[in-house]
Design a protein around this ligand. Sequence first.
Ligand code: PGA
Length: 236
Amino acid sequence: MKYIIFNWKSYLNLSETLKLTKLVNKLPNSNKFKFIYSPNGLFTSLIKSHFPKSNVATQNIDIFGVGANTGSIDISLLKDLKIKFSLLGHSEVRSNFLESDKLVGTKLKQCMDHQITPIVCIGETLSIYKSKKTKSFLNKQISTIFSNKNNYQEVILAYEPIWSIGTGLTPQMSEIDEICSYLTKILKKYSFKKINILYGGSVNLDNIKEILNLPSVDGVLVGSASTKSSFINFFK
Ligand code: PGA
């Protein structure tokens, strides 16, 4: 079974979001794919109440807790809505809201405490990729985010090279496979109930089959291509 995660970011208005949501909810239930989708935060609760059985993910959560925290999305509110997934540490959140690996680690712990399955995003910049330091960079990200003092429940990790997001560029297939198996290897020192490694960054109709065929890749996280009905219908 491969995870297919649609990240609609802030691309879609309400009617476009509802249209795509209907398409996703019509996809056949099979043991080949598990679909999760992440609408803009403003629409999440509405979508979840219209489609209670669907696997909706929030695009982020905050760590401040219940109380006087204007503008915050507390993780306990996800539970109220029966939302079971959240993206964490997406590169756009990291750059727009100055989120660090340490903060991603704190959010990860909160997800575990509240039975939310996190989709943790990591990835290197173009200059790190060019200087062939990807593995050591990812190793550092992992060791800052994860702790071997914790017993993790289900975690989804998305390898998303920053230079690949929204650019139409991707690493070579062999590089994606190598990095995802490297991540599987270094994550062995932590305790998980279940861990899956996904690839994200310029996944589209032209490359998805090849990426999903890579042995070390458990699925994909898709941004802009996933806002097109033709992409959703690919899975029909
Ligand atoms: P992209 O985005 O598919 O548009 O490159 C992926 C992501 O940001 O998760």
